[in-house]
Design a binder for this molecule. Structure first.
Ligand code: SF4
Length: 385
């Protein structure tokens, strides 16, 4: 094992201590990208995230496992698809959550000393130490018993579980699915939200997701990009093969977030849209995989949208005539521009219109999606006749 690298670093490569350990090695990112074992494991992290929402089997060698994480982030950046960033960060977060449970229990068993993890350290890692405290005697995690998570399944219910400051809770629970994560279904007292231990660890997983996705896509130096060319191509192929992209490409307006359904209706009804609204809907359609021609066709029903300017703006947003592919604005931005309208229940569990759409697709029956695809193909065939 390289000096200073510990198995805990390999299990939690996004921890500050792991980053420090990497920076103290003499391995540059470029050298790591050229290392076959590291690049292979990085590829498996990303492929597993796409295929099964895991990060795959860990490498036995601490150095390889640890370095595969920054290289996986580079790979995700090279492919540069919002849906891939989302999937990869989610897989790292879910894996982290499982490891938290296993490693914290391990500590209680006093075994595997190299994988020791303490809850206090974990909270400090994500600046949550001041935002989490032990719960009160007799506290319950949820305000309602129906649909809420039972603190008795999360351990520590005998001493009231935990409480989290409401601002941290709202931030970390924003992307969690399930009614039990809605604030209205939680016990909230004086700005503190009651949590079971299980829920607390799930929210620590969300902190991992934020950290993994933070800063992605990275700007990748040419030398590093060249070393990972083949691996990036493999990820692109996997992405194209997965239902993920096909689903997104299905373009099911019925499942669009309410804000985007509204903006699209406005376009098709010939209404004038402010620049920020037009940007939002165009970026959304582009981010879910629509081609420029299709977006232009969609807008052509609106005489206010000249073809030339629409094509220019769409290509600009897609990054084809500009250095950046622009992302759909997050809900907070949409709200600040007055573009967040007709919010529904799902809106309360997400913080980004892309996350809304992806969840809606995930929740839809495969049968429903097949019907939508069939209808779409039929419409295309009719249009060609
Ligand atoms: S909460 Fe987000 S997804 Fe829902 S309508 Fe508002 S901007 Fe759209």
């Amino acid at each position: 094992m390289a000096m200073g690298l510990r198995p805990l670093h390999a299990r939690y490569p996004y921890f500050e201590s792991a980053r420090d350990a990497v920076s103290k090695t003499d391995v540059s990112l470029a050298a790591a990208a050229r290392d076959e074992a590291v690049a292979g494991r990085a590829l498996s992290r990303v492929e597993s995230a796409l295929a099964e929402n895991t990060v795959g089997e860990p490498e036995r060698r601490t150095r390889t496992e640890l370095l595969s994480y920054p290289i996986a982030r580079v790979l995700v950046s090279l492919v540069d698809q919002p849906v891939l960033i989302h999937r990869y960060a989610r897989a790292e977060a879910d894996a982290a959550c499982e490891r938290f449970v296993a490693d914290l229990d391990r500590r209680e068993l006093k075994s595997a000393p190299d994988s020791k993890l303490a809850l206090d350290d974990l909270l400090r890692e994500f600046d949550l130490d001041g935002a989490v405290r032990k719960g009160n005697e007799g506290n319950t995690a949820t305000a309602t018993r129906s649909g809420g998570s039972d603190p008795s399944t999360g351990g520590d219910s005998s001493d009231g579980g935990y409480e989290m400051a409401v601002s941290s809770y709202l931030r970390l629970a924003a992307d969690r699915r399930g009614e039990e994560w809605r604030l209205v279904n939680r016990r909230l007292e004086n700005g503190w939200v009651a949590l079971s231990r299980e829920d607390l660890l799930a929210l620590c997983g969300e902190a991992v997701r934020e950290r993994v996705a933070g800063g992605l896509p990275l700007s990748v130096p040419e030398e590093i990009g060249a070393a990972l060319d083949d691996a990036a191509e493999t990820v692109r192929e996997r992405l194209a093969e997965t239902n993920l992209i096909r689903d997104v490409d299905t373009v099911v307006p019925e499942l669009f977030p309410p804000c985007m359904q509204y903006l699209l209706d406005q376009v098709q009804e010939g209404e004038h849209l402010e620049h920020h609204s037009r940007f939002a809907i165009t970026a959304f359609l582009s981010n879910i995989g629509m081609e420029t021609d299709d977006i232009v066709d969609l807008y052509m029903v609106n005489p206010g949208f000249g073809e030339e300017i629409t094509r220019y703006q769409t290509d600009h947003i897609r990054g084809e005539i500009s250095p950046t592919e622009y992302s759909t604005p997050a809900c907070a931005t949409m709200q600040s521009y007055g573009d967040c309208v007709n919010m529904d229940d799902r809106c309360e569990r997400i913080s980004h219109p892309m996350a809304y759409y992806e969840q809606a697709l995930d929740d839809a029956d495969e049968e429903e999606l097949t019907d939508w695809r069939a209808r779409e193909s039929e419409a295309e065939a009719n249009a060609e006749d």
